[in-house]
Design a protein around this ligand. Structure first.
Ligand SMILES: Nc1ncnc2c1ncn2[C@@H]1O[C@H](COP(=O)(O)OP(=O)(O)OP(=O)(O)O)[C@@H](O)[C@H]1O
Length: 743
């Protein structure tokens, strides 16, 4: 796509060049740029073009001809906002095409207001009121420093102490770990024949990831302080099997494991026996299924059933999916179903209640959810403005921004650090908002070295402020062992043990980081469950938090999709976010002769957004490397976009993306044409574009080729999560012999 290079209000008269001369020059320039872009080289600075201009003026004067990039003119150099940190310079200027022209209309959001499922996090009851060993109570009070129970703990612990099976469903960050750990420890310490280490496992706890395994281990270990004869242990990928075997041989009484690693041991270790198992706990059941562990769970259930029938089974989950219900059907015996939803949620019709609950998710009451509709071209400036608004101009804000891929995280980290934060190499204070608090950016994704990841967690966790840019599970490359969760306490445990190898597969989903005030979803999640788990990183255990979902106008329908799962989001207007740019004059447009623009109101906001966009574009086009990064990030964005599950395709379909506009949100002045790959032409031709849409935009076709080329490079194709995996579901557990149960 040709960059929109508009006529300028303050440019010299058209006679500056002869018409023919100008045309020839334009063509030569365009060919040169095209060649450079397609070869991966940075485009030549358009020395003869004009720099950032008033958005309003752009809108007024831009003509279809100029939008096609055929109106480049030569102008004298002028002052511009430099992104390299060297301050304002006299330099030839690069024009930023209008951010506010040719955008799709932002639709009015007509979302149905739904009654959101709510949970009371804390109950007024103290742990003392439970029938627990006094030493266990004092350990909870003094070691864990907790006094009152959360609602899920209040409901679950007595039921489990009675010996019942349970399906526990409660919102993120509500204290589910202790809800099962306390009853397990209480019951095992009370056994009349005292447990011997060599007895092997009495309790088996399955968790989806290594980090959760470590976190649960950490909690159990603390609770066991007064009961030293009970030995906890953890098995997970990343540790040497040999040393795990040795530990199994010595004996582990409360065994916490990821499913994959336990199956490894079931198949290869003679020392693993389940004949004394009294507890089988499946924590984060939804996540276990999400990660594709259903076959492993089947193997484990079969192995345990073969050796032991008399046990208590517990399934815990933040979301109640069809898979979780099926797993509950086969693993729980006459379970008590515990769901900590408010009375407001009670429906008069029990049938409706069951089906609605299956599709609905409890969200912490202290969590405010928002959505903003932003045209593709404006996504980057809008995100930057929001970060500035919250983390620069407001105090004590800590934000996590979710992206759909590692490349996206790297790209945005780099561009923000170099243009917005106050680190070395970043713009000088003259260019940055004058106010307030320094911006600190951190990033975390699955392609980072483990040590760096660990230190990022420490830094972000201990910091009272900061912006963490991270990926979600969907974006990680490895398959089964890609971990969705990282709990900070587990990291601390790891750090203490100076063993970072465990965390090799950590992805940045499900962080348990304290005091996060904002969650921003820059890429929409692929399922309501994912949405819940992302926003669940804030407003944990009663704290207040907010979330923002950034959608394109064409994706507005997603709000209704969320509403159908009883998720309520309220709209923030893009202009209100961009308005923050008026707080600092560094975003003020300077006209020729260093005169400041006197625009006001929305015109001023648009001008300033354009200035910020120019800063980004200057940064991206400052070197071959940065252009290439931006292109990679764009490619990766499109690839991720293609992986939305089938049911969301009507909302998120790559063919509805305007490549030129999307490229703009990567600071690219031109949509990279060289993304299309000839090897996939065959596939592309299979899906002929609708002739009725022929004139709509040629970029759509290029886009299709881009996507196919990504698939042909061996990268994961889209739609598996919602489609294939969903269908795969089906447990085949060996029939368990009827036996006495603890009821
Ligand atoms: N009774 C309590 N009082 C105070 N803090 C608690 C209590 N119970 C748990 N917590 C703390 O709340 C935080 C969240 O607990 P936990 O990780 O068990 O929640 P969760 O429901 O498993 O969350 P998620 O579903 O997101 O994994 C932890 O830091 C934990 O230490």
């Amino acid at each position: 796509m040709a960059t929109a290079c508009s006529s300028l209000p303050d440019r010299p008269p058209r006679t500056y060049f002869g018409r023919r001369q100008a045309q020839t020059k334009r063509q030569a320039e365009a060919t040169k740029r095209k060649h450079q872009v397609s070869s991966g080289a940075p485009p030549a600075k358009r020395r003869n073009e004009i720099s950032s201009l008033s958005a309003k003026e752009t809108i007024d004067k831009e003509t279809p001809r100029t939008f096609k990039g055929s109106a480049h003119k030569t102008f004298p150099p002028k002052t511009y906002l430099d992104s390299t940190g060297s301050g304002r310079q006299e330099k030839p200027c690069i024009k930023t095409s209008s951010l506010f022209k040719n955008n799709p209309e932002i639709p009015a959001l007509h979302r149905a207001v739904v009654k959101q499922a709510r949970e009371q996090v804390f109950s007024p009851e103290a742990f003392q009121e439970l029938d627990l060993h006094p030493h266990l109570i004092s350990t909870i009070n003094t070691v864990l420093k907790m006094s009152s129970m959360t609602s899920v703990q209040k409901q679950s612990i007595p039921v489990l102490l009675e010996g019942r099976d349970a399906l526990v469903r409660s919102q993120t960050g509500s204290g589910k770990t202790l809800a099962y750990c306390i009853p397990v420890v209480q019951s095992l310490q009370a056994l009349t024949s005292k447990i011997q280490r060599s007895d092997g496992p009495y309790a088996l706890v399955l968790v989806p990831t290594r980090e959760l395994a470590l976190q649960s281990f950490d909690t159990v270990q603390k609770l066991l302080k007064p009961f030293t004869w009970i030995v906890p242990g953890v098995l997970m990928g990343g540790e040497k099997r040999k040393s795990e075997k040795a530990r199994l041989r010595k004996g582990i009484n409360i065994l916490i494991s990821t499913p994959g690693r336990l199956v490894d041991h079931i198949r290869s270790t003679k020392n693993i026996h389940f004949n004394r198992i009294q507890w089988l706990v499946v924590d984060e059941a939804d996540r276990i299924l999400d990660l594709g562990f259903e076959k492993d769970i089947t193997v484990i259930l079969n192995a345990v059933n073969a050796e032991c029938q008399k046990r208590q089974n517990v399934l815990l989950s933040a979301t109640l999916t069809e898979g979780v219900t099926r797993l509950a059907d086969i693993s729980l015996h006459n379970p008590v179903s515990i769901s900590v939803l408010d009375k407001i949620w009670d429906q008069p019709n029990p049938k409706e209640d069951a089906s609605t609950q299956l599709d609905s998710f409890a969200i912490p009451e202290s969590l405010d959810q928002h959505v903003v509709l932003v045209p593709s071209k404006l996504r980057l400036v809008c995100l930057a403005a929001f970060i500035l608004q919250k983390c620069k101009f407001e105090k004590d804000q800590k934000m996590i921004v979710f992206f759909s891929s590692c490349e996206l995280v790297e790209f945005h980290y780099s561009i923000f650090v170099h243009t917005l934060s106050c680190r070395s190499g970043a713009p000088t204070s003259e260019q940055l908002p004058s106010a307030s608090w320094p911006l600190k950016f951190l990033r975390l994704h699955g392609n980072m070295e483990q040590e760096e990841r660990t230190s990022v967690f420490h830094e972000f966790s201990h910091s009272g402020t900061g912006v963490l840019l991270c990926t979600t599970l969907r974006s990680c490359k490895s398959s089964k062992e890609k971990s969705g969760y990282l709990k900070f306490s587990a990291l601390e445990a790891l750090h203490r043990r100076e063993d970072h190898t465990f965390l090799k597969d950590v992805a940045a989903r499900g962080l348990d980081l304290p005091h996060v005030t904002w969650i921003v979803q820059y890429s929409a999640p692929s399922s309501p469950a994912e949405y819940i788990h992302r926003i669940g990183r804030t407003a944990r255990i009663g704290c207040h938090g907010s979330s923002l979902l950034i959608l394109a106008p064409s994706e507005a329908e997603y709000v209704n999709s969320l509403a159908s799962h009883k998720i309520n989001v309220s709209e923030i207007k893009m202009e209100d976010i961009l308005a923050v740019l008026t707080k600092d004059d560094c975003f003020k447009r300077r006209q020729r002769g260093a005169q400041k623009s006197h625009a006001t109101g929305s015109q001023e906001i648009r001008e300033r957004a354009t200035v910020l966009q120019t800063v980004f574009e200057d940064y991206v086009h400052s070197s071959e490397r940065t252009v290439s990064w931006a292109k990679k990030a764009l490619q990766s964005f499109i690839r991720a976009y293609a992986t939305y599950p089938r049911e969301l395709k009507p909302i998120f379909h790559v063919r509805s993306l305007h490549l030129g506009h999307v490229a703009k949100s990567f600071g690219l002045r031109d949509a990279p044409r060289n993304l299309s790959v000839s090897t996939v032409k065959k596939k592309a031709s299979l899906k002929r574009p609708d002739p009725r849409r022929k004139t709509r935009n040629k970029h759509h076709f290029v886009l299709a080729e881009v996507l196919h080329s990504e698939y042909s490079s061996g990268l994961e194709a889209g739609g598996t999560k919602g489609g294939k995996q969903g269908k795969q579901w089906g447990f085949q557990v060996a029939p368990s012999k009827p036996g006495p149960r603890r009821e």
